[in-house]
Design a protein around this ligand. Sequence first.
Ligand code: DOR
Length: 429
Amino acid sequence: MLKEKAEKILLSGGEILDLQNGKRTKADILVHDGVIAKIGAVDRKGFDGIVHDISGNIVVPGLFDMHVHLREPGREDKETIASGSAAAMAGGFTAVACMPNTSPAIDKQEVVRFIKKKAEAELVDVYPVAAITKGRRGKEITEMAELVRSGAVAFYDDGSPVVDVSVMRNALEYASMFDAPIIDHCEEPDLARGGHINEGVMSTRLGIQGIPNAAESIQIARDIQLARLTGSRVHIAHLSTKEGVDLVRRAKEEGLDVTCEVTPHHLLFTDADLTTFDTNLKMNPPLRTAHDVAALEQGVKDGVIDVFASDHAPHTIEDKDVEFDAAPFGVIGLETMLGVILQQVVNRGVLPLHADLAKMCVAPRTLLNLPVPEIKEGEAANLTIVNPEATYLYDVNQSKSKSRNAPYHGMELPGKVYGVLNKGFIWTS
Ligand code: DOR
């Protein structure tokens, strides 16, 4: 594992994959001081830099995970900007959007600036998502203009829905002045209260209080109505239910500016996997039924779902190694997202590789008004190098994250990451 300056680097023998159309072009890529100096056949004779033989790998613009909990400031025992960035690189990502449920919350310019400053030294671009309301308490809207000016790319009261409908309406209207998306954690709190898993056969069988699908869909339906009323953009985080997919599909058909994301865990697992009471399968929203997973898959196939995002949510062993009901919600997923998504989406024929990767590269950046890196001479080298077919055994004990709460330990996953380049650095696995 090595992160070094990308002074003179030759990436030899890889294939550049065009995420728009799936076209593959075999070409060497010469990088000088972090900039793509040449694409094409490069003579190795006389080359005095470092040569990476990347045959068998594809090269794509650096991948982006728009739902990551870096836990800094406040819970540096769970994750830091540095450890989360290391996990991102290992997972093939050159950029993340970090969530505001830190302590203090990302609800002031100073916190945005603190994160941006700390992230400067990292290869990974870190884009803070600021809270919609002060302290994420759902009452008073944050100083959105200042937060955008200091670098916030979106607004989200992560982990908490904005319950007050007039607060949400105002937030949508203010945020639209800066074209910043409002992201919502769609969960009707009265319906969800006290629940730990999906409400259904499994919650009855296991004797654990459930969270019904309607807790999600009621809030999504409300947000869609507000998007219609305000003409603003709303992005639904971690969609988990069939009803949610149906609602977003109809909103899109109507031409509303509604987007959504799905996590790898909601595509891979169902509540039937909970018989072991593994707290590493406890997250919010909870794992749903096979019926919901099929609807999510259909949503991916027909474009209702815009983005794959990990909801990487680190928690300590002490926090997670408790009774199911007492454990916090959340699983880590930065290092395994690419593999799980390749397995569930590409290998199962839901989407071709380029369209699949576009949802972890082009779509999140477009949604957050960020430029999509280009693989072109003269452009900064912001690249992910991966062999999508090669498999590896995921060992959580080797994780770069500070936390170990992954449900993927011991799984064989496709998508072996060779390395990433960004900000003048190269990191190789
Ligand atoms: O599972 C989750 N964990 N869902 C959330 O919405 C919050 C997150 C966390 O911060 O741990």
